[in-house]
Design a protein around this ligand. Structure first.
Ligand SMILES: Nc1ncnc2c1ncn2[C@@H]1O[C@H](COP(=O)(O)OP(=O)(O)O)[C@@H](O)[C@H]1O
Ligand SMILES: [Mg+2]
Length: 371
């Protein structure tokens, strides 16, 4: 799952950019405002059908244009049955918000069908929000990992979303009998328990991986601890928890407990890391979380994910940037990394001979050869 070719049309200031022969490590350098982050955004668009900057697709499309498109060729891992064959992917988004996704020449209906072919992880200035922001972002983080290692997860997740939407709709209308509620409770229970079990299993693998990585990134932060909250009292089955909340659900018109309330907490010495650690330390923790997921995926034989790293050296000091880069290099993950000056990366990447370099200037991207 490495991107070998990329074509970008109308993403921010990138009118038309074509990149060939992409390597394991690809560096984009250039002045502020030249279009570096937009290149990463385009790659993210190819993997997730959306940007990582804000929610509005309108701001991603070049002003004055109606849509943006990205095409890419990804190569599956050698272990998969399709070894060697390159898979064409394409995503088009228009200002009306419509999404068109093509995988291997065919239109697919869900983003999930795209995501499974090209997993991407992002580390940017905003990613430390993962710790301080809403639990939703942390659930998304967790589910990204579960999705990529457990193929049964997504159908249960879809089922759960359908059930809870319906259950909440009935609760909101306030015209639901206890008996009717019981029917929806049963449906919700199966998928809810399944999601929770997948998450718990995954968390069991993630936790030690995260600790190991943090030990390499920040050995002094020994009091770090990752906790999983499932969204209801863990002494109870989901069915029991739902029953115990039934009257509150009826009264307030929504489902109080369940996987939709799950959270992943990063604690430091018994306190929330987001309230205790410095901003720099929080960024390291977030990098650790993201690296742990990539490592786990590859360890479980599910291929490697591609890392998009925006302006690492402005986010972390040199020593820690070096550590993050060394980990990425040892994982042999594909990396797209941006910086202002080429020296920024040369001082932090362990082996610079293998880097593919691109100079970005006013929306144009040129392969750069130092010779
Ligand atoms: N929708 C858009 N249409 C055209 N240009 C845009 C749009 N959104 C942002 N830009 C411009 O794109 C340029 C590149 O932004 P960005 O990729 O963030 O630069 P960099 O990461 O190199 O600092 C900026 O100069 C910005 O003004
Ligand atoms: Mg930028």
């Amino acid at each position: 799952m490495a991107l070998s070719r990329l074509q970008i049309n109308h993403v921010r200031n990138l009118q038309q950019v074509s990149l060939e022969d992409l390597q394991q490590v690809n560096v984009f350098f250039g002045r502020n405002g030249s279009g570096k982050t937009s290149v990463l955004e385009s790659i993210h668009l190819l993997g997730m059908a959306r940007s990582f900057r804000g929610n509005s697709i309108k701001s991603v499309i070049t002003h004055g244009e109606n849509d943006c498109t990205v095409f890419g060729l990804v190569t599956p891992p050698l272990s998969s049955s399709a070894a060697g064959a390159a898979l064409p992917l394409g995503v088009r988004r228009n200002i009306a918000g419509e999404v068109q996704i093509r995988v291997n020449g065919k239109t697919v209906r869900t983003v999930a069908e795209l995501v499974e072919h090209f997993p991407v992880q992002v580390i940017t200035a905003d990613s430390f929000e993962l710790l301080a922001g809403s639990p939703g972002a942390r659930r998304q983080y967790l589910d990204w990992g579960v999705f990529h290692v457990e193929h049964r997860f997504f159908s249960q997740w879809q089922r759960f979303q359908r059930c809870i939407k319906q259950r909440n709709k009935l609760l909101r209308r306030g015209k639901i009998s206890g008996q009717e509620l019981d029917v929806w409770t049963r449906d919700l229970t199966d998928s809810g328990e399944a999601i929770n079990n997948f998450r718990k299993d995954y968390f069991g693998f993630l936790k030690p991986r995260f600790s190991e990585i943090m030990f390499r990134l920040a050995p002094s932060l020994t009091a770090l601890e990752l906790r999983f909250r499932q969204g209801w009292d863990k002494q109870l089955s989901y069915e029991e928890a739902l029953k115990s909340c039934a009257s509150a659900d009826l009264e307030q018109g929504y489902t109080h407990v369940g996987p939709q309330r799950a959270d992943l907490r990063v604690m430091y010495d018994g306190h929330l890391a987001s309230e205790t650690l410095s901003r720099g330390q929080q960024k390291l923790v977030v990098s650790g979380l993201k690296l742990a997921q990539g490592e786990l995926m590859s360890e479980m034989g599910k291929g490697k994910c591609t890392y998009l790293i925006d302006d690492l050296s402005s986010e972390l000091d040199q020593q820690h940037s070096q550590l993050v880069c060394a980990l990425l290099a040892s994982m042999e993950a594909q990396v797209f990394i941006t910086c202002v000056h080429l020296q920024d990366i040369e001082t932090v990447w362990p082996e610079t001979r293998e880097l593919a370099m691109f100079h970005v200037e006013q929306g144009a991207v040129q392969r750069y050869s130092p010779l």
